[in-house]
Design a protein around this ligand. Sequence first.
Ligand code: RIB
Length: 314
Amino acid sequence: MGMILVVGSLNMDEVVRVPRVPAIGETLLGAGSLKLVPGGKGANQAVAMARLGASVMMAGRVGSDPFGERLISALHADQIDTNLVVVDSEEASGVAFIFLTADGDNAIVVASGANMLVGRDEKHMAAILHAIPRVQALVLQLEIPLDTVSALVAAAHKAGVPAILNLAPAQPLARDTLRQLTALIVNESEASLLSGQQVETLEDARVVATVLHEQGIPNVVLTLGAQGALLAMSDASGKTRVIHQPAPRVQVIDTTAAGDCFAGAFTVALTEQRALEDALRFAVYASALKVTRFGAQPGLPTRAEVDRFLKDGQ
Ligand code: RIB
C-alpha cells in the first residue's frame, strides 16, 4: 500500500475541564489541572490513519520550542514520516486552548503560530509539491493558509491523486477547489456555511449533501455526531444517491478530534479500495470509539480496536 500525505496543523492542546463555557467577562473555576495533549487537526488525522494501519507522511510547521519537539515526537511514536515537518526559527508552535465540558463537548480557540506559515516558504512548498504525485492520497484541513490548501488540491488533481478535504474550521473555499476533490468532509455547521442552508435535522442534512454533490463535488460526507454520517455520491446511472450510516451508542467522554478520526478512517478505507458504504461505516465506528476516550491523539483508536467494535460492538 502507498503512502498517505497529510498537509496540515500541529497544535499542543491545553485542555481544561469546565462546568460550562464561560461568558464574556466571567472567570470560571475549571476542574483539576491543565492537561497538555498533542493535537492539531492535521496531526490528529495523520495519527488516526497510522493507528488504522496506513503509511503516513506529515507536512507542516512547528516552532523551535518544547511544544514543537513534543509534537514531532508524538508523530514518531506512531511511525509517521516527519521529513516534511519544518521547524521554524521565529514563529511559535501552534497551541489550542480547549474547554472540555462534563458531557464531552468542547469549545476551542487556536493560536496558529507556525501553522499559518505552511506554504509561505518556497523550498518547503516545492518539497510538498514534489511529494504529491508520489502518494496514494492527500489529506487537508483548514488550519493552514487557504491559498496553500487550494494550490495543493490543484496539484493533486493535476497528478491524478485523490484529495480529501475536511473543511474545518469552517471557512469558505472556492467552488473550483471543492470540485477538484475526491471527497469533502463537513460537519453540520461547515455544511451550513458552504450551502447557506441550516442543517438541523437529518432531512436538512440530506438536502444539503445533495445540493453540494450536485454542485460538482464527487463525494460529500456530512458528519452528524451521535446521528452518524451521510454520504452523497453518484450511482452507476449518474443520479445522486445519499446513504446514511447511524452511529452506535457510546458513553461520550471527549469529542475532541472525533472529526479528525472520522476523516482519517474514511481516507484509509478509500485507499484500501473499500466500497463507499463500508468506508462510511468504518469511519462512523472509529469516531464513535474516539469519543469514549480523553484527548485528541491519545484517544485515537487502533485498527484492531475498530475492527473488534465493528464486529461485536465492544
Ligand atoms: O479537531 C481537534 C483539534 O482542533 C484539536 O486537537 C485542536 O488542536 C484543534 O486544532
